[in-house]
Design a binder for this molecule. Sequence first.
Ligand code: C5P
Length: 319
Amino acid sequence: MNDASGPAALQAGPAVRVRAPGKVNLLLSVGPRRPDGYHPLTTVFLAVDLYDDIEVRPNPLLRVTVHGHGADEVPLDGGNLAARAARLLAAHAGFDTSVDIRIRKRIPVAGGMAGGSADAAATLVACNELWSLGLTGPELHDLATRLGSDVAFPLLGGAAVGTGRGELLVPLPGPDGTQFHWVFALSPRGLGTVAVFSEHDRLHIGGEARSEREVLTDLDRLKDALLGCDVHALAAVAERGNDLQRAALSLRPDLRGTLRAGREAGALAALVSGSGPTCAFLAESAEAAAELAEILSASGTCRQALVATGPAAGCTALR
Ligand code: C5P
């Protein structure tokens, strides 16, 4: 998509800004690889208030610029997920127009918190508004699932069960305004999702996955913990809920030190976030999270430790 040739009105107008949340998986049960290469998942996503901000404005060429830590690791060509989102939405609307996309990153790049997916979801929402398309939530959801397994969730935010390859979402009732307090220990370098799934396959040759019954029990426990705002019950499931953790630790043994440092500093749960390498720690309170972040930041086991809370809202336009 080069020269803009959409309706003249599409070339004018102000920029639209959308904020998208990162996520942590409270449960990530991974089944055997499917013939299409994907793995069937039973997961519980929790959106957290570690946000990327996306700004789109009319531009004759599709252009992406990224600011923030790790920006130089984000592809800026047509393979960029936000660029693909803009192209997909334009094609869906049946015109050939383009945008300038500016991304301010706070969600770690290649960090297991679905930052690229958040950027793509935010771009769908922003371009829908910029181009006055009026697409509904379900229509955006459908486009999101075509971009990637994790792109639909940031549209919703909150907490949700994901099945299929992670894109089939059922929202979970939240803890009525109460927030869970997290610390995220960021790694100096990213980890590729594909590599972690491949390592998972390699490690599980002849191994056993959790039984369906165990997964359903954990799912029920998580639903109750979220509804009842029971941080200890949430911690108990989350601590051992990530099937990709073993593979992430196999590729990045140094993360064991990060998890240990968080546990020793009093985290209620210490886990790898999604496919990693970000490590997530659950804390009892905002004060406990701040203290934990300080200790982790000084521990030398991570690049930086950030506090965050969840559930956070899904993609939201900034006025
Ligand atoms: O869906 P997405 O493009 O984000 O997935 C990236 C890669 O992660 C896939 O190509 C696949 O290797 C792996 N993946 C998987 N099973 C899933 C989701 C992702 O194996 N459920």
